[in-house]
Design a protein around this ligand. Sequence first.
Ligand SMILES: [Zn+2]
Length: 220
Amino acid sequence: MEGHPQLRQYYGIFRLLYSLKITLTYPSIQAFHERMGANSGDWFVALSNGKDVPQLKAGLYMVSPNNPDSVHNQNSMHLAAIHELTHFFIFKKAQGDLPIWMHEGIANFEAGKFGTNKAYFKTKSIDHMAEIWETQGIPTLSMLSTLDSDVFCEIGGYAFSYTLIEFIVQRWNFETLLKLIQRFDRFEEILGVTQDSFEADWRAFVTERYLVHHRWATQK
Ligand SMILES: [Zn+2]
């Protein structure tokens, strides 16, 4: 596993949840997709259900990490487990609704994982953000709050959301992020800035950190 300090801790908790039967694993992608009633690509290997899927009880569902199939490998399956486990904690902790950029951004941030569903994610995620930046511009926070998961993927939602969480933890700290999870309705009070200035500062952060120095940008 990669060197993210929280990974091992979480993996221990994951095994505990598994032993309590809060986590269910499936022997193959086919068996998992059949149970989820989903017709998705092979990247869809895990799901954390709070109340979004009413026909499934709350818990974590995933393909066995020992049988990851074409898109994932064992390491990326473990990261997927931590990603889903983080969703589970957020569901338990949040006192109100959170935008999707908070849910997915924190889940990927905790998994130490950038943004794509593929095993080799970092370069691809940055390439994807650069491509979107050049063709349509950085998505707005309201775009990153879309409830349409296809649109979220197309606008680089996973990668840009990761950078939002990275920005919050760097500019403020991890405790502030936890407060936001609990009381997102107090966003401006917790961060001490307006939504607009938060958004403008994040755009500057992501541009400077990932986009202006991107190899494609220098070719222009
Ligand atoms: Zn997720």
